[in-house]
Design a protein around this ligand. Structure first.
Ligand SMILES: Nc1ncnc2c1ncn2[C@@H]1O[C@H](COP(=O)(O)OP(=O)(O)O)[C@@H](O)[C@H]1O
Ligand SMILES: [Mg+2]
Length: 446
């Protein structure tokens, strides 16, 4: 099966696997290697095809993006520049599990092409059409999963500028939902004053932030588009209908019984604030509001509520595969209440440990052991430790390095990791006991 890449071919589809198109004579193999088999989409700047890599024995799928803009003159030049940008952006962003990898870039028969990794799954517009509106747990999952990827892109000074359901693919075959961001055609490198410079307005009108529509895209213009994507997925209504004539969002009127908690509603409202200064400033900020209780942990509720997986009860532990045989074991800590702090008459009591007070803790997972140097290196490619040894706990780690470790670990595993709060530490250590140590009132090293 082949799909001829010539935009003017009268009969591009053919069942043959020949070298040249039987209808128009165009070469069917791009770079003598990639055979396009199906048209996935076409926009103003070109077309996207599903293809196969004929050179590899397993003939894996890949995606060809062809640059063939309609229009000429300055429009053509602008489009050519955008295509080049997509190539550069994808290459620059390197390898991230939620961004398709750039495999090659070609010029053939006066057309430009880029080849990228194929992501098996449906885009969210297709998923919405087939499965209907998303419930709030799915929206939380989408946000928790995609925001670290956005944080990564923004950390590389890139603004995606075209976040919308069509450009988010729900990857198939993952236990925990994994969303992949595609279409970096409009993505822009935002260096210094570039951010303030008025540029060309790009993006999809329904999802684009007002300042971006005026040519001034900011990092949080992407957060706005992600927020609008969410309210669209919750309502299945056009975003134009979800805002009234005075620029007030009325998305709640379109929920038709789809329940959205106050907490999530507030987060969405802050994502889609019209004024960029009233909006979340970073993906990280949204994640903090979204997962206030997740200690070095996953939000159990999200997993338990998940419609994607058939997890009905929380597993006692999870094992994260960090590659090369290195595993991170996390133990489930059930929800509960405890008295935080220590009694004033306890040995070694300190003033900071009183007054004792009752604290409620939602469920979370905690590392069964301290992070080892091997685990740290698996994520960060380096270990700062003084007492060197793969199985020794990692030490001499700065606060910033820990934050980065948690972010990268979250990206790798799709679970939200952070440091535990003091209350979570104490709760997990006490393990329902009231003694200074969970095993008794004194450490006996003899
Ligand atoms: N790497 C990919 N893997 C799988 N499907 C993809 C990939 N890239 C794009 N697609 C699918 O093709 C569609 C069009 O591709 P896209 O890059 O968004 O181009 P366009 O500029 O036409 O919007 C997307 O909506 C998505 O469904
Ligand atoms: Mg697209």
């Amino acid at each position: 099966m082949s799909y001829c890449l010539n935009p003017n071919c009268p009969k591009p589809e053919s069942l043959d696997s020949t070298e040249v198109c039987q209808t128009c004579g165009t070469k069917l193999l791009l770079g003598d290697r990639y055979r396009s088999v199906k048209l996935l989409g076409s926009g103003g700047f070109g077309r996207t095809f599903l293809a196969i890599d004929q050179l590899k024995p397993s003939k894996p799928s890949c995606v060809i993006k062809q640059f063939s803009p309609q229009g000429q003159g300055s429009n053509h030049d602008k489009a050519a520049e955008l295509f080049q940008q997509e190539v550069i952006r994808l290459d620059e962003l390197g390898h991230h599990p939620q961004i398709p990898e750039l495999l090659a870039h070609y010029q053939q028969e006066n057309q430009q092409y880029l080849i990228q990794e194929f992501i098996a799954g449906q885009n969210l517009a297709e998923e919405l059409k087939i499965q209907g509106v998303f419930n709030q747990s799915k929206i939380r999952q989408l946000l928790s999963n995609l925001l670290p990827a956005l944080q990564f892109i923004h950390g590389h000074n890139v603004i995606h500028r075209d976040i919308k359901p069509e450009n988010i693919i729900h990857r198939l075959g993952k236990d925990v939902a994994d969303y992949v961001l595609v279409d970096f055609g409009a993505a822009k490198h935002a260096i210094n004053n570039d951010l303030r410079k008025t540029g060309t307005s790009i993006g999809s009108p329904e999802f684009v932030a007002p300042e971006q529509a005026r040519g001034k895209a900011l990092f949080n213009s992407d957060l706005y588009s992600l927020g609008v994507t969410c309210i669209h997925l919750l309502t299945q209504a056009s975003p134009f209908d979800l805002i009234d004539i005075d620029h007030n969002w009325v998305w709640r009127d379109y929920l038709t019984g789809n329940n959205v908690s106050n907490d999530l509603g507030k987060i969405l409202d802050k994502l889609i604030a019209i004024a960029p200064s009233k909006r979340y400033q970073s993906a990280d900020e949204v994640l903090k509001d979204l997962n206030p209780q997740a200690a070095i942990a996953i939000i159990i509720n999200t997993v338990a509520e998940s419609q994607q997986s058939n997890v009905i009860s929380t597993p006692k532990s999870i094992h994260e595969d960090l590659g090369n045989g290195i595993v991170l074991e996390m133990t489930s800590i059930p929800a509960g209440e405890f008295i935080m702090g220590s009694p004033e008459n306890e040995e070694s009591h300190e003033n900071t440990e009183s007054p004792q007070h009752r604290v409620k803790i939602p469920p979370f997972f905690m590392g069964t052991f301290a992070i080892t140097q091997a685990q740290f290196r698996a994520i960060m490619n380096a270990s700062p430790s003084y007492m060197v040894g793969d199985d020794h706990p990692v030490e001499c780690v700065s606060w910033n390095a820990v934050v980065e470790f948690c972010t990268l670990l979250s990206q790798k595993t799709g679970h939200n990791y952070r440091l535990p709060s003091e209350a979570e530490w104490e709760y997990a250590c006490r393990a329902n006991t009231k003694t200074p140590f969970h095993f008794g009132s004194a450490i006996n090293t003899g």
